[in-house]
Ligand binder design. Structure first.
Ligand SMILES: CCCCCCCC/C=C\CCCCCCCC(=O)SCCNC(=O)CCNC(=O)[C@H](O)C(C)(C)COP(=O)(O)OP(=O)(O)OC[C@H]1O[C@@H](n2cnc3c(N)ncnc32)[C@H](O)[C@@H]1OP(=O)(O)O
Length: 194
């Protein structure tokens, strides 16, 4: 069974997403938005280390190899870990819009079990934008781009300002991020969105 709730159906006034002129070219790696991110951070030893690559339009691809630490049942990926990989892939799309956004809603269909050792091939795209609301969809296929669909998700991301993190994040990490010129540059690049 699968389906999308009305909350994830774009309203009538929604418009197609517009790729930012400075978005990375198709084929380029996007890079992590934050080194300690559980989904994409290079400096996060417990993380998924997802690397998203820009596609055409407002789309990305990414690969995620399921490791023993990701198990739920013996030899199978935990559903929450798979949802995290989808969330991260969907979140990385916002880099192509040059918009900072957080997940408001994430609906996931688990279609096939995903064994440890499998590389999940993820594809995600933004389908519509309405004000601060960004609608997107993703699939994860077993083994490669032509493999069977194992997971899919629909999401609503909501645009926020950098202040969202400064206000809500634990001071220790916020202070460290503000003292990291690379992190500040990355965050500010989003804010000059025309
Ligand atoms: C230099 C300083 C360092 C900082 C640098 C940082 C740079 C980082 C760069 C990039 C980071 C990206 C990180 C991605 C990580 C992967 C993705 C995640 O896992 S994110 C974590 C999980 N998500 C949350 O923690 C959200 C928690 N929720 C909230 O904060 C709020 O609820 C929020 C922002 C989502 C909305 O709150 P409102 O007060 O701003 O806005 P309202 O008016 O409630 O919603 C706006 C519209 O969206 C709809 N909406 C909101 N939530 C919805 C929902 N759950 N379902 C359906 N619609 C929803 C509402 O109905 C409204 O729609 P209508 O404008 O009235 O048409």
């Amino acid at each position: 069974m699968s389906g999308t709730s009305p909350a994830l159906t774009p309203p009538a006034d929604a418009v197609p997403p517009v790729r930012h002129p400075d978005a990375p070219a198709p084929g380029e790696l996007l890079g992590a938005h934050y080194g300690q991110c559980f989904g994409c951070g290079d400096d996060q030893p417990h993380g998924l280390h997802l690397q998203a690559r820009a596609g055409e339009g407002v789309s990305i691809t990414a690969e995620f190899t399921v490791r023993p630490a990701h198990q739920g049942a013996p030899g199978l990926a935990h559903g929450g870990v798979l949802a995290t990989a989808l969330d991260e892939a969907l979140g990385s799309l916002n880099w192509l819009l040059r918009t900072i956004a957080v997940t408001g809603r994430l609906e996931t269909d688990f279609v096939r079990p995903v064994p440890v050792g499998t590389t999940l091939y993820l594809e995600a795209e933004v389908t519509a934008v309405s004000g601060r609301k960004i609608y997107s969809t993703a699939t994860g296929r077993l083994g490669g781009p032509d493999g069977p669909v194992a997971v899919r998700a629909d999401a609503l991301f909501v645009e926020v300002k950098v202040d969202h993190f400064v206000h809500h994040g634990r001071q220790e990490e916020i202070r460290a991020a503000l003292n990291d010129p690379d992190q500040v540059r990355r965050a500010r690049a989003f804010e000059v969105n025309p």
